[in-house]
Design a protein. Structure first.
Length: 207
C-alpha cells in the first residue's frame, strides 16, 4: 500500500486518476457489491454527463475518421433518450435521488482534461478524434431532471465538497465517475459509474 502511494505522488495529479481506474479494474471482482434499489443516492452531474456522452460516442466506433469529420459527431436524440432512461431508472428504483452541479470556480491547472474528470470542460478525445461536451448538453440534462422531478442542487464552486457534505447528512451513496471520491469520508461509499450495471443498479462499492 505504501509503495502504491509513493507511485501516485511521483506520477502527479495528471495520471493519478488513470492509475486508480486501471488498478481498481483489476481488483473489481474482489470489490464489495452494492444494490442501489431503495437507497438514497447523490449523483455528480458533471461526471455523469461526461460518462453518458462517452457511452453514446462509443457507439460510433464503427465510423472511420472521414465519416466523423463530415457528419455531426453527436446524436442528440440518442442522448436525450439514453439520459432519460438512466435517470428514470434511478428515480423509479432509488428511495431518493439528488443531482449536484458545479457552480463557478477557477479551474485547477493540474486537473487532467479528460471526460473522466468531473469538472473538465476542456477539449477531450473520444474514439480517436477530438470532441467537446456539446453546449446543449447541460441545458438538456437539466430539462430532463425537471421533467422527471429529480432534485437539483448547484454548488457555489466545485461540486465535490457539497456532494460529500450532502452524502454525509443524508447517509447517501455517491454515484459518479471521478476518482477523487475515493479520498473522501463517505458514510455509505462511492459507486463508480464505470462498474455500475445501470439496468440493474448493481455495482462495485468503495469506502
Amino acid at each position: 500500500m505504501l509503495s502504491a502511494l509513493l507511485i501516485l505522488i511521483r506520477m502527479g495529479p495528471h495520471y493519478a486518476h488513470t492509475f486508480f481506474y486501471k488498478y481498481l479494474t483489476e481488483l473489481n471482482n474482489h470489490a464489495t457489491r452494492v444494490n442501489l434499489k431503495d437507497q438514497s443516492i447523490i449523483i455528480d452531474a458533471n461526471s455523469f454527463m461526461y460518462f453518458i456522452y462517452n457511452e453514446i460516442l462509443n457507439d460510433d466506433k464503427h465510423k472511420n475518421r472521414n465519416q466523423i469529420l463530415t457528419t455531426i459527431p453527436f446524436n442528440y436524440d440518442g442522448y436525450w433518450d439514453y439520459s432519460k432512461q438512466v435517470l428514470n431508472k434511478f428515480k423509479q428504483d432509488c428511495s431518493d435521488v439528488l443531482v449536484v452541479f458545479d457552480g463557478v470556480f477557477k479551474r485547477n491547472a493540474n486537473r487532467r482534461p479528460d471526460p473522466e474528470r468531473a469538472s473538465s470542460l476542456h477539449v477531450t478525445e473520444f474514439n480517436g478524434y477530438q470532441s467537446q461536451l456539446p453546449l446543449l448538453f447541460r441545458r438538456g440534462f437539466i430539462d430532463i431532471l425537471r421533467e422527471l422531478d429529480i432534485g437539483v442542487n448547484v454548488a457555489r464552486g466545485e461540486a465535490d465538497p457539497m456532494i460529500v457534505r450532502l452524502a454525509q447528512d443524508r447517509n447517501a451513496y455517491v454515484v459518479a465517475a471521478d476518482s477523487d471520491y475515493h479520498l473522501y469520508d463517505l458514510p455509505q461509499g462511492y459507486v463508480p459509474l464505470y462498474f455500475l450495471k445501470l439496468k440493474a443498479l448493481k455495482g462495485s462499492l468503495y469506502q
